[in-house]
Design a protein around this ligand. Structure first.
Ligand code: G3H
Ligand code: ZN
Length: 276
């Protein structure tokens, strides 16, 4: 069933689990994530990132993902990830997304607060959840020029209070797009932030987080954990192997089929680490 982020994080918190948000790009990975979630009876989030919506208009993702969500046996939220424009967010809400992230993390605090408040005003009126980011989660990919800056608890407190966001992404040693696990999570900083921010916390860049840290994070009232690269690697390496195994195959359906099981397994393993 299709649900909002608010409902889903509450359900997970009641079970002492954290909800996984997976970046997905099409039918194969989106249906694989839902299959994994159904095996574990876990609520789950399908997320569209900037690369996805630059590739295809978000309305097409909305139609596909919302239909998959409505047919799913578990609660599924459809979330727009890292959006930097009000217009894109308004389009996503109109198209059927049940949750949005406004990412003003690269802006000065006051501007981030001002813009986030505008998004919250629009979204709340339509019962759509809002995530925002304070501090900056950097990227391991040198082509993406976003520097990591740890979240300052005092800024997080002001930001969460003034904007009224449902859920808050923070920078605590996590890094986007790491192909190997090796991020060093700053648990003291996380605790300091949580002492002053009542909203659930989001951890981005979770592909780079060690399995033992994923398990530990659920004991810290984490609302949402974002996972992208791990699934893209499972998809890409399986497709490559399949093409090598079948050098004469050209039918996309034949080649893509194998990616579904691989993504399902990768999503299943992450969901298990998050308590499901
Ligand atoms: O917003 C998306 C995530 O933070 C994904 O991060 O690709 O490093 O797992 P990741
Ligand atoms: Zn992210």
């Amino acid at each position: 069933m299709l649900v909002s982020l608010r409902e889903i994080t509450q359900q997970a918190a009641d079970k002492n689990c954290a909800v996984a948000g997976f970046n997905v790009f099409g039918y194969e990975d989106a249906s694989a994530v839902i299959r994994a979630a159904e095996k574990l009876n876990a609520p789950v989030i399908l997320m569209s990132n900037k690369d996805a919506v630059d590739y295809m208009p978000l309305e097409f993702y909305a139609d596909l993902f919302c239909r998959l969500a409505r047919n799913a046996k578990v609660p599924v939220c459809i979330h727009l990830d890292h959006a930097k424009s009000y217009e894109l967010i308004a389009r996503a809400i109109k198209a059927g997304y049940t949750s949005v992230m406004y990412d003003g993390s690269q802006l000065p605090l006051e501007e981030n607060i001002r813009n986030t408040k505008e998004v919250v005003k629009l979204a709340k009126a339509l019962d759509i959840s809002v995530e925002a980011e304070i501090g900056s989660v950097g990227y391991s990919d040198p082509n993406i020029k976003i520097k990591g800056v740890y979240t300052k608890p005092e800024e997080a407190e002001i930001f969460a209070r003034e904007t009224g966001v449902d859920i808050l992404a923070v920078s605590i040693g996590n890094v986007h797009r790491m192909e190997k696990q090796g991020a060093t999570i700053q648990y003291d900083l996380l605790k300091e932030i949580q002492e002053v921010v009542p909203a659930p916390i989001v951890v981005h860049g979770s592909t780079g987080i060690l399995d033992e840290d994923m398990k530990k994070l659920i004991t810290y009232r984490i609302g949402k954990v974002n996972i992208g690269t791990a699934l893209r690697m499972a998809f890409g390496s399986t497709l490559r192997e399949e093409m090598e195994r079948k050098p004469n195959a050209f039918d996309r359906l034949e080649l893509l089929k194998s990616t579904i099981d691989a993504v399902e397994e990768a999503a299943y393993n992450k969901l298990k680490l998050l308590g499901f």
